[in-house]
Design a protein around this ligand. Structure first.
Ligand SMILES: *Cc1c(COP(=O)(O)O)cnc(C)c1O
Length: 375
């Protein structure tokens, strides 16, 4: 990266204040192909149309060899664009790829593809605002088995692409404010099994939750939650995001304790990693352990939140669960209405670092000098 990267100003006339969590037209996406012939990833190709030409027998569509990532780019006050923790996503992509027998992607290529997709769509990164209240550019790396095979085995070709879209927030959490939302525990279906693939961002882990999430949303619950599928006694995570809690304290002067569920079926969130560090920086205690759902029912947590790149840090004000097949019970969190102060202070620090108004002392934003629009 050159010392003085070329700036890319936000697009004039774009209605940033109307930005939704949606796909917008862009200038194109970055694409790499791996072939068995060479045994490596080829050079980057820039594709302008948002389409791919695929053989009908591609293993990605037929057998589900497809994994994805999600991360965000933000515009800082100096006008430069920086990306939040992309190296963590590069590492997790390879963890997911390994789960479905796809070749590893070198970190340099991941960073190059992400950088190119952002740089060539830099005008779609919203204007700077403290704590990123204008939104961000969502980056979607996707790797799948593009080669054809009828037998159940990895093919001889794989494709890695990076596309982007400007986004507002998924559940309304932005900047320093976040409306608290209601969650529902799914009983009819398990998203991940013990020794299964819950820790991998496999495309196939998500579609099976759609109908349950849609039914819950219709009933007034924007967020769906999963317990461990073996015993149904431990908290795993939400369908889209990790579960975090702050313990109830005897008195307000006590240091806060962040509780983070430990489970082999949870997707290891980069946002959770950042929040654990921020909590430690605040002087809070952090407990990473199995969390009994009974602790939620017993009201041991004063705050609960959903956390992830898309969700940011979304406070949860109630959790409803089936206490019998026909009846449900609702547990109120905090005052049962609004976000609590603990997670709001963490959200403010997180979005502050992402938008460059708080010091980046753990070296999370990349590139340091900013995305280079000359590529
Ligand atoms: C992607 C994802 C998360 C959040 O991970 P981040 O790295 O913070 O974006 C949490 N849970 C699930 C199931 C996910 O797919």
């Amino acid at each position: 990266m050159s010392a003085a990267p070329k700036q890319i100003p936000p697009r004039a006339g774009f209605e940033w204040e109307k930005l939704a969590f949606d796909l917008y037209p862009t200038s194109g996406f970055a694409k790499y192909v791996w072939t068995a012939e060479t045994g490596e990833w080829g050079p980057v190709e820039w594709v302008k149309e948002p389409y791919l030409n695929l053989h009908v027998g591609n293993v990605g569509l037929n057998y589900g060899a497809s994994v994805f990532e999600g991360l965000k780019a933000f515009r800082h006050a100096d006008g430069h664009i920086r990306i939040f923790r992309p190296k963590d996503n590069a590492a997790r992509l390879n963890h997911s790829a390994d789960a479905v027998s796809m070749p590893a992607l070198p970190e340099e290529l991941f960073l190059e593809g992400v950088h190119l997709a952002v740089a060539r769509n830099g005008d779609l990164v919203p204007p700077h605002a403290p704590n990123a209240v204008n939104g961000s550019l969502y980056i979607r790396p996707l790797m799948f088995a593009s080669g054809a095979n009828l037998i159940l085995a990895p093919p001889s070709e794989f494709t890695f692409i990076v596309y982007v879209t400007p986004t507002g927030s998924l559940y309304g959490a932005a900047g320093t404010k976040a409306p608290a939302i209601d969650a529902f525990v799914i009983e009819k279906f398990d998203r991940a099994a013990p020794r299964g693939n819950g820790s991998a961002k496999l495309a196939g882990n998500y579609a099976p939750t759609f109908k349950h999430a849609a039914a819950a949303k219709k009933a007034g619950y924007p967020l769906t939650m999963h317990l461990d599928s073996a015993t149904r006694t431990y908290v795993d995570e939400f369908s889209t995001s990790n579960f975090l809690a702050i313990k109830k304290q005897a008195d307000a002067s006590q240091r806060k304790t962040l509780v983070v569920p430990e489970s082999e079926s949870i997707l290891k969130s980069v946002t959770t990693k950042a929040i654990i560090q921020i909590a430690k920086d605040f002087g809070w205690a952090v407990e990473r352990r199995r969390v009994l759902f009974q602790e939620v029912k017993d009201g041991l947590f004063e705050e609960v939140a959903a956390c992830g790149t898309a969700a940011a840090l979304t406070p949860v004000r109630s959790i409803t669960y089936h206490d019998s097949p026909e009846t449900t019970k609702k547990v109120s969190i905090g005052d049962g209405e609004n976000a609590g102060p603990g997670f709001l202070s963490i959200l403010t620090q997180l979005t502050g670092i992402q938008s460059g108004v708080q010091e980046d002392k753990h070296d999370w934003v990349w590139p340091k000098a900013g995305v280079d629009g000359s590529v």
